[in-house]
Design a protein. Structure first.
Length: 105
């Protein structure tokens, strides 16, 4: 299951995790987010040992969303060594999301 990350836990769980990370920025009311959500959950299960796969609810965690300039959702950011190295905005196929995550390993 994807890790629910908040403004308070973001640095600890993502920036300082020591693992590559894939973070889905989403909201409950967002239709496309509901399409991407199950894909993110599947990837979380498949990559639990190798990477951090997390979700950030932008309505409840506006500091992190603002810090990373999230203007459209869903947006998935990819982190390596605490830095954003890639991103996907909008709905994307599972294969594309995995390809970007694999590139960080």
């Amino acid at each position: 299951m994807a890790l629910d990350v908040t403004d308070a836990s973001f640095d600890k769980e993502i920036i300082n995790s020591g693992k590559p990370a894939m973070v889905d920025f989403w909201a409950v009311w967002c239709g496309p987010c509901r399409m991407v959500g199950p894909i993110v959950e599947e990837i979380a299960g498949e990559y639990s040992e190798k990477a951090v796969v997390a979700k950030v609810d932008v309505d409840n965690n506006q500091e992190v969303a603002a810090k990373y300039g999230i203007r459209n959702i869903p947006t998935i950011l990819y982190f390596k060594n605490g830095e954003v190295v890639d991103k996907v905005v909008g709905v994307a196929p599972k294969e594309q999301l995995i390809e970007k995550l694999e590139a960080l390993m």
